[in-house]
Design a protein around this ligand. Sequence first.
Ligand code: AMP
Length: 219
Amino acid sequence: MRSVFLGPPGAGKGTQARQLAAEGLTKHVSTGDLLRAEVERGTPLGIKARQFMDQGKLVPDDLVFEILFGCLEQGGKPLRSFILDGFPRNRAQALELDRRLQALGQSLTRVINFKFSEEAAVGRLSSRLLCRQCQAAYNEATAPPKSNLSCDLCGGTLQRRPDDEPEVVRNRFQEYRNKSAELVKYYEQAGLLVNVDAEQPANNVTVQVRKLLFDGGGR
Ligand code: AMP
């Protein structure tokens, strides 16, 4: 199963992918997480990427390619199963992904498009808390942690993402809207795309996503 999760910020792509990875069913590869790790470490790539991330803009493709493609191999062998979360963000990235997978003798098996409105995204992200250590997501309003300060799962410190401020979320959403139509078309034409209503309760989304990926829906 080699899958892409498309969808706007806050749609729950990361939460769903993380759960599947925690159960050992696949590997979760998030370009946002990879970029934030570079920013945190203060690497030259992280310093460049941060200028774009802080404003809710897309990081240039070459920087994203540099950190991503090594993650699709392990010990010189292509990963058998992965979910890409937050990649591709535009057609050029989708083409490059296809090219790299082809070179590894692979192709995508499923693309899930998480449908989610801007208002829902602003609402969800303004009360989101994330664990610095394991990236688990909480919501102060709908799914609060047992303690406001630490992660229920690993005890890590909880924090807000600087780009979850409503103004930045609107920029991120705008970036998403500008590019998502071409991506949806690209994967529709490839016969890979399935839409999921991501505004329904998270458990329903989970059931639907699993069916699509594993019950013959994964091709
Ligand atoms: P995310 O965690 O997916 O919401 O991504 C957070 C931020 O990282 C985005 O707002 C972008 O600035 C950057 N980013 C993540 N993935 C990509 C990508 N595939 N292409 C360009 N920028 C990205």
